[in-house]
Design a protein around this ligand. Sequence first.
Ligand code: FAQ
Length: 315
Amino acid sequence: MTATADEAELVTDFEAILGRRDRIEPRDWMPERYRRTLVRQIAQHAHSEIIGMQPEGAWITRAPSLRRKAILLAKVQDEAGHGLYLYSACETLGVSRQELTELLLSGRQKYSSIFNYPTLSYADVGTIGWLVDGAAICNQVPLCRTSYGPYGRAMIRICKEESFHQRQGYELLMTMQRGTDEQRAMVQESVDRFWWPSLMMFGPPDSQSPNTAQSMAWGIKRDTNDELRQKFVDMTVPQAEALGVTLPDPELAWNAERGHYDFGEPDWDELTAVISGDGPCNAERMAHRRRAHEDGAWVREAATAFAARTSEDGR
Ligand code: FAQ
């Protein structure tokens, strides 16, 4: 059989696996573009979890009670764990954790736009849980069925934890809503700032998304950016009503014909600017991440030396 015939057979087998909605596993043959797309998406996702520790982490020392501090500490630690599962899933595609870290630190790989916005009040901890984790769940539940095995399996555990995060955020906001006028104003102000950036988490509109069509064809993504954004709005509007907050969109209205909420257009120029490094906190987030990486050098050196000694000793 010629090389081209071999390749054609491999492609046929690969497509048959996708057709059956089975998983592609690390040792299976896969097209190089499929592998690169997965590395890009999983790495971006992992970086988001790690950078995503910063906005809420900033409030750990200022949590209003021991209970809130314990909850927030646990949540931020969960995000670190999610980053680690995702880096491990990505490593099964033949890239090392070190390479991925360098790609992030040199700005060649992205992380989610949402983490480039500041957390200005304690209500932001609740809003991030409710809206940001809520958007993350909408996006990530379908990823449990993604076509690449290690990514899908990592997502199952992550989604369980994210749904707990979402509920803690909602409970925090509900508690503040039952408090003073000042606390209610704090919640509303926070929701006003986070609403539009949360909608942008789903990515550009389908008509301007260069990757969606191919990622859907490969079963990496199971829904388009616009489909997920709509699902998020439909899920969130009744929650906002129960909470007693107003979502800052005058165009938000139930459309009985479509069976969905209509909503206004996010500012896509803002998303482009934030993704290109020009958001309110991009420089701060990256500087913090670089510093943490440098400060952690001794841990990596110690772990490497320990691993070398353990293998020499045959332990
Ligand atoms: N931010 O063609 P598309 C969390 C980039 S949740 C930054 O539509 P794609 C949990 C995109 O990479 C947040 N960049 O791309 C948490 C591409 O650029 P490239 C993380 C964005 O991949 C909660 C270009 O724009 N979740 O961390 C964004 O098909 C609370 C064109 O876009 C995930 O990563 C954006 N918002 O669809 C943690 C989920 N949107 O790479 C702490 C997995 C688009 O070609 C606290 N990822 N871009 O140069 C995905 O589902 C997809 O990658 C999308 C983008 C939907 C994000």
